[in-house]
Design a protein around this ligand. Structure first.
Ligand code: ARG
Length: 408
């Protein structure tokens, strides 16, 4: 039986009840870990104060925004990471980092149990547990809401009896970090209706946008954003500035009916203003700097990368192989992309790169054209040989069939 637990603590009702229950019902020492991944809603001081008040033996808070941007968001940009071609993985991509930090502190503080607040229906339980086990198989992991069958009524009753403050929960279930905000539940549960205005927080609903359009210029070096409007900035700051510039202009709201790992279809609304803009810019630069073979294989690798991250397999060795490919294929992706952000739309308005494969002299129809068109005729007869030959043989057969039918 485990003796010392590390609890991934958000300060909300679920994890506060767990903090007390683990001590009272199981007689365990509990230390809490709260990570700052760029969530706007959380007041870390208040959360750690609450953890101390509820009897935690140690209270750890850690700012991991820099790590999150440099090691997770940056990999996603290089991999054009999306789930189902739509969702920028904002919640998914934070889970391996949270698991890594949990294991690191559990080892340092000699904890043999990690506790998280997920339910038994979602993806996050999968992500936490596969990641933690892949990092240290000796650590036990539990999810009390799922494993002890806790429900809200029981939690409120226990909270009131144990002096745990119960705040009126918001209308939606949300999860936030620097890369985006995920919103589910309540009115979103009926896909027959559009996303209500009150589900928006980072993004202004496009029909309410008042800001005039903005033009931004993003500079990339080897697949990663390094400048915004010609100012050198690290990814973290580029992301947070773009979140506000694009969010104010109605960009980044994503209404997605997704397929969870657990086989459940669920409707989630995402707000990922910076992700939408950065992924569009990266893709545009990719089109001009990579050749078709590179883009084709990259598309397949990217899709696999997105699935693996969504499915919680960040620490599977195959990710190392895909990441090595992504590093290499991103090497020429250097240059500048201009985008116009206006009333919910992000459009690419210009691409320039020292590694551009766009060759004006072969593309132009003007007088600088250097493409030798006389070669095309011979090329087409060899290129189309197989198709033309097949058609020739089969069309003859068809003619014979039709004429014999006409005779009878
Ligand atoms: N469906 C998203 C994912 O699996 C987000 C899950 C958390 N969402 C929330 N609203 N609490 O990555």
């Amino acid at each position: 039986m485990a003796k010392r637990a590390l609890l991934l603590y958000s300060g909300g009702l679920d994890t506060s009840v767990m903090l007390k229950m683990l001590q009272e019902k199981l007689g365990m020492d509990v230390l809490t870990l709260t990570l700052d991944i760029g969530q706007e809603e959380n007041d870390l001081k208040a959360i750690s104060g609450k953890a101390w008040d509820l009897g935690a033996t140690d209270v750890i808070t850690e700012d991991v925004k820099k790590k999150f941007a440099a090691e997770y968001i940056s990999r996603e940009i290089k991999s054009d990471g999306l789930y189902g071609g739509i969702y920028p993985l904002s919640t998914s991509i934070a889970r391996p980092l949270m698991s890594l930090e949990a294991v690191r502190f559990a080892e340092e503080y000699d904890c043999d149990l990690i506790v998280h607040g997920c339910t038994g229906k979602g993806n996050d339980q999968v992500r936490f547990e596969v990641s933690i086990k892949a990092l240290n198989d000796d650590i036990e992991v539990i999810a009390p809401v799922r494993d002890w069958g806790l429900n809200r009524d029981q939690e409120v009753e226990f909270a009131l009896a144990n002096n745990i403050p119960v705040k009126q929960g918001g209308k939606y279930s949300t999860d936030e970090n620097l890369w985006g905000r995920s919103v589910e539940g309540s009115d979103l549960e009926n896909p027959a209706f559009p996303v209500p205005d009150d589900a928006y927080s980072w993004v202004v609903p496009p029909h309410l946008v008042r800001e005039v359009k903005a033009e931004v210029q993003i500079g990339f070096s080897q697949g990663l954003p390094v400048t915004l409007n010609n100012e050198d900035l690290d990814i973290r700051h580029i992301v947070s500035r773009l979140n506000s510039i694009s969010g104010q202009r109605g960009i980044g709201g994503i209404d997605y009916l997704e397929d969870r790992v657990t086989g459940i279809k669920s409707r989630e609304f995402y707000e990922c203003p910076a992700a939408v803009v950065l992924l569009a810019a990266h893709k545009a630069l990719e089109r001009i700097t990579l050749n078709k073979e590179e883009m084709d294989i990259k598309k397949a690798m990217d899709a696999k990368w997105g699935d693996l991250v969504y499915n919680g397999l960040w620490f599977d060795p195959v990710m190392t192989h895909i990441n090595a490919f992504e590093e290499s294929v991103n090497e020429p992706i250097t240059g500048e992309v201009r985008l116009i952000l206006d009333k919910g739309l992000c459009s690419v308005a210009g691409i320039e790169s020292q590694n551009s494969l766009y060759n004006f002299e072969t593309s132009t129809y003007g007088k600088q054209d250097t493409f030798d068109q006389s070669m095309a005729k011979g090329f087409i007869s060899i290129f189309g040989n197989q198709t033309v030959n097949t058609a020739r043989v089969r069309n003859k057969k068809l003619e014979r069939i039709l004429s014999s039918k006409n005779q009878t």
